[in-house]
Design a protein around this ligand. Structure first.
Ligand SMILES: NC(=O)c1ccc[n+]([C@@H]2O[C@H](COP(=O)([O-])OP(=O)(O)OC[C@H]3O[C@@H](n4cnc5c(N)ncnc54)[C@H](O)[C@@H]3O)[C@@H](O)[C@H]2O)c1
Length: 352
């Protein structure tokens, strides 16, 4: 194992600037060697901002010339699969942003390439690593809330143009493959199936383009039935005002778990035994104080934990719990949701 992990970042846009580059730079086990971006102006700006001197317009040249151990793939969605496969075949470990691919065929090829080359493939589903969601996982696993009957999860903000003014590709189906479902929906689908420990059995969904120009949806809702019987609602939007909504509520046999649903109380457990329907019989609320959720609004995405965890997995040669296979399952649900919205029918999973 090298003394320091030699890393490159491919796609030096907004998520690279806000998360991958600064988090690699602050990890003492990493040497961030080079970055690549087809946009020369952006590349040079990022090189200057972070004091990185090895800059590549062509990522293939970076892979050839630099002796790297790992890369982050932070390009528009349609490039995730080809670049990831290329990097894996060069013998590098890969952290790819979400959604990992634009089709299940692509996702399969990425997983195959990781297996064939015996390299780590991790997907940037950072919601799983948010401290509030890590605590939530422990609460769910403790069984204190009993069976989960329903879950409602929401992710919305004003739109990607406020996050990445250069990111016109978000609104272009060819490059993004879908709109807010691929951007935000996949985060929540991934989070909920991980927290529940259940896979989705079938979905029914609607989507609409209500305010944004482009050929992708900017709002969407989906109803999901999980294999353990839990029913779920997913609501995603790129047109929310005035602020972001990034909340999830589990309605359970013995109470409720609220995640980022109450101001100043990121995680709240409200325990009510069966029959405690009168306010006086309440068993009480527990709230956990935690570092704030990383949001676009609250100064960006600097401490997601995603980079440190990826580095740890590579250095300790362990499979991440946010693996390619996990990213594929979440992608499959988003594809099913889009298909349901497009056909007006209920879609069963797994997809054929
Ligand atoms: N995990 C999260 O919370 C999160 C948040 C935002 C974005 N993302 C994901 O990160 C990815 C990038 O999003 P962004 O907001 O940074 O977009 P962006 O448009 O700001 O940045 C993308 C960059 O990729 C570059 N690029 C395009 N083609 C390239 C190529 N062939 N080689 C090298 N660079 C190339 C562009 O020039 C641009 O600088 C997307 O997949 C997005 O879904 C994840």
């Amino acid at each position: 194992m090298p003394e320091k992990l030699k890393v490159g970042v491919i796609g030096a846009g907004r998520i690279a600037e806000m998360r991958h580059i600064p988090e690699y730079l602050s990890n003492r086990n990493v040497e961030l060697v080079a970055i690549a971006d087809i946009d020369k102006v952006q590349l040079e700006e990022m090189g200057k901002k972070f004091n990185i001197t090895k800059l590549y317009i062509d990522y293939k040249e970076m892979l050839k010339k630099e002796k790297l151990d790992a890369v982050s793939v932070c390009t528009p969605n349609y490039l995730h699969a080809p670049i990831t496969i290329d990097a894996l075949n060069h013998g590098l470990h890969v952290l790819v942003e979400k959604p990992m691919a634009t089709s299940l065929e692509e996702a399969d090829k990425m997983i195959e390439a990781a297996d064939k080359n015996k390299k780590i493939l991790m997907v940037g589903h950072n919601q799983r690593l948010a401290p509030g969601h890590q605590i939530a996982k422990k609460i769910m696993e403790s069984g204190m809330l009993g069976k989960v009957n329903m879950v409602r999860t929401v992710f919305g903000h004003a739109g990607p143009e406020f996050w990445s003014p250069r990111g016109k590709w978000f609104f272009n189906k060819k490059e993004a493959f879908a709109g807010v479902m691929a951007d935000l929906g996949i985060h929540k689908v991934d989070l909920v199936r991980w927290l529940l420990g259940q896979e989705v059995k079938r979905v029914s969904a609607f989507k609409a383009t209500l305010e944004k120009a482009g050929d992708v949806e900017d709002n969407g809702v989906a109803v999901m039935e999980f294999e353990g019987g839990t029913l779920g609602i997913l609501q995603v939007s790129w047109t929310l005002k005035p602020g972001e909504d990034n909340s999830t509520i589990f309605y359970c046999e013995k109470g409720m778990l609220k995640l980022f649903a109450e101001p100043d109380k990121p995680v709240v457990v409200s325990l009510r035994e069966k029959g405690d329907y009168m306010p006086n019989f309440a068993r009480g609320d527990m709230s956990f104080s935690l570092p704030p959720m990383q949001t676009n609004e609250v100064g960006g995405q600097f401490s997601s934990g995603v980079i440190d965890y990826f580095v740890e997995c590579v250095l300790e040669n362990k499979k991440p719990f946010i693996s390619g296979e996990e990213g594929r399952k979440s992608l499959e649900i988003v594809i099913a949701i889009l298909k349901s919205a497009e056909t007006g029918s209920v879609i069963n999973l797994p997809l054929k």
